[in-house]
Design a binder for this molecule. Structure first.
Ligand SMILES: [Fe+2]
Length: 339
């Protein structure tokens, strides 16, 4: 019997030597816009020879697909935006934990899941934008202050169905407690210049057009407008100032785009290698620059556009906390009538 096994394994060994080795590849499900992720994937393939098969779709669509495919999913790596979506993927069981020295060294603890189910790869702040001709930066201070009656009818902000607003309120629940965060959300509704509509860029544009004096938006939208090929977007951005809140206290609200190893991963080694590559210095620069974001890797260089906003204090709570408070945030929005 032993001889049979050893001759069998010798046969298998010679067969695997004789056959051409299958090309190494990795399957990526990505909710990021293609032009934001492609340069990083191409650089990875050029460096490692590992082919990347990219499937791009919206966050929720990809999550549903991962759930329905289950163990049979071809996905090796899931790339998505916002801690909310990363959290949903973890809770849905479509990710598996991974921890490597390279990942934990590259990515600060506040920007990754404590159990390694996902890693933040680029960071954004959700901050205040103000009309330069109507608001002095000295009038601005904190997120809390935006709920003050002095801003009545002056604030533009998008709908509460946005993951970005859900994350913002989830973060406030974590730092202020649910009661105070609820009062804040109510105060914001009272101060809105109009019913929530449009995306983050539309809020910044509305400030420039005089429809409101303040807006809340993610930093990269402002960077996108400042560097836009459309003159009207550049002109709008020029009328608007960026203000990082809570600089005397806990710092500005942060969020991430990130990735996690798929529970179904068959090309696990390649997927981990890609994840580590994405956390490396070159990919961090490409990632951050492509979308005017902040690299998560400490010491990585900022793009000129992002660097021009100046240094600021970022909140240090783990962004995984945001996902945990999301259900409560959604209930709070409903209760205070933030549509
Ligand atoms: Fe966005």
């Amino acid at each position: 019997m032993r001889r049979l096994v050893s001759s069998l394994s010798a046969l298998l060994l010679s067969a695997s030597v004789a056959l051409p080795a299958a090309a190494a590849e990795v399957n990526v499900y990505s909710a990021r816009k293609d032009h934001l992720i492609k340069p990083v994937l191409d650089a990875f393939t050029a460096e490692t020879g590992i082919k990347v098969n990219l499937l791009s779709a919206a966050e929720d669509q990809l999550l549903e697909r991962l759930k329905s495919e289950g163990k049979d999913s071809p996905a090796d790596l899931f790339v998505t935006t916002d801690a909310v979506h990363l959290h949903k993927a973890r809770v849905a069981g479509v990710l598996q934990p991974i921890s490597t020295p390279a990942l934990t060294a590259a990515i600060p603890a506040q920007y990754r899941d404590p159990q390694g189910y996902w890693y933040g790869l680029s960071a954004r702040a959700r901050v205040i934008f103000y009309a330069k001709d109507r608001v002095k930066p000295s009038e601005l201070s904190t997120y809390e202050d935006l709920a003050d009656p002095k801003w009545k009818g002056r604030i533009c902000v998008r709908s509460s169905s946005s993951a970005y607003n859900q994350s913002l309120l989830a973060g406030l629940i974590a730092v202020m407690g649910p009661d105070k965060a609820g009062q804040w959300a109510k105060g914001m509704v009272d101060n809105m210049a109009r019913k929530p509509q449009g995306g983050d860029r539309d809020q910044i544009s509305a400030v420039a057009a005089g429809q409101c004096d303040l807006a809340i938006a993610n930093t990269y939208y402002f960077g996108g407008m400042q560097t836009s090929s459309k003159a009207e977007e550049r002109d709008a951005a020029a009328k608007v100032g960026i203000f990082f809140p809570n600089q005397q206290g806990r710092g500005a609200h942060m969020n991430v785009s990130g990735a996690g190893l798929a529970a179904s991963a068959r090309n696990k080694a390649e997927a981990v290698r890609l994840l580590e590559y994405m956390a490396g210095p070159e990919a961090q620069r490409l990632f951050a620059e492509a979308n005017n974001e902040f690299p998560v890797r400490s010491g990585a260089k900022l793009s000129p556009t992002v660097g021009a906003w100046g240094p600021f204090k970022a909140e240090t709570i783990n962004v995984a906390m945001l996902g945990e408070n999301i259900a409560q945030a959604v209930r709070t929005f409903d209760r205070v009538g933030w549509r």
